[in-house]
Ligand binder design. Structure first.
Ligand SMILES: [Zn+2]
Ligand SMILES: [Zn+2]
Length: 240
């Protein structure tokens, strides 16, 4: 079995929507030969149900297993930002609020809120699953090219602030592309973006590492040569 470089988006039972223990995750990652993992549990500022991490306990747990301390920080851009993100080694900034029904119009509103968020908030490492609402569109319709001006603005801010873009491979099993889509990854590259992390968004043990190899293949075909991993510092790892 080939090695998998990294899975930097995994949920444990510190998230209300996962039952996996940290030990089980580590065991699964060993079995699947995943070299670098980060557990990124939900800390959703606008939803108390998804905001149950006691940060000190969580940090101690991750440190016990010599894992970087990761979090998927969900923000709607409205609720007060009362979290000290310096407590984490890897902050995945996520925007989860999607208007229904899911149409190009709700995609647009999602992007406008996301643009506002990245303009106002800078204390994160990677921007999670950029075209996230596509997962919930009945036909998984891609984001219209008319929305690419807004996407360009978002990506330019990510790049100029020195952030990373997450390639979230979980929708590959749904419609063959990651979040963000192949076209958006092309755009990121054309704007000079090169910093990429990759993650499965696994909420179950069986999904850990799933789709990462396909995601790496897509990146490689687009001309990306590296993804980033965190040891004591962030470093590039060659993907081909
Ligand atoms: Zn998410
Ligand atoms: Zn997630």
């Amino acid at each position: 079995m080939r090695k998998i470089i990294a899975d930097y988006h995994i949920h444990s039972n510190y998230s209300p929507d996962s039952n996996s223990t940290i030990e089980e995750i580590l065991e699964t990652a060993r079995e699947k030969r995943i070299e670098h993992i980060i557990i990124t549990d939900h800390y959703e500022l606008a939803d108390s149900h998804f905001n149950v991490i006691d940060i000190e306990t969580y940090r101690k747990e991750m440190e016990k297993y010599s894992l970087p301390v990761g979090v998927e920080l969900g923000w709607d851009g409205i609720k007060e930002l009362n979290i000290d993100t310096t407590k984490f080694d890897y902050v995945l900034l996520a925007h989860h609020y999607v208007e229904e029904p899911i149409t190009q119009e709700s995609y647009k509103n999602y992007l406008l809120r996301l643009l506002d968020i990245v303009k106002r908030f800078d204390s994160y490492h990677a921007l999670a699953h950029l075209d996230f609402p596509r997962r919930y569109h009945p036909q998984r319709e891609e984001f219209s090219k008319e929305l690419y001006d807004i996407i360009t603005e978002i990506l330019k801010i990510v790049i100029s602030n020195g952030k990373m873009l997450e390639v979230n491979v979980s929708p590959i099993k749904l419609y063959g592309e990651p979040n963000p889509s192949i076209d958006i990854l092309k755009l990121y590259k054309s704007l000079g973006g090169r910093n990429i992390t990759i993650g499965s968004d696994a909420h179950k043990l069986e999904d850990i590492g799933k789709g990462i190899e396909k995601g790496i293949e897509i990146l490689s075909e687009l001309g990306y040569n590296y993804i980033l991993v965190l040891d004591t510092e962030w470093r590039e790892v060659k993907i081909k």
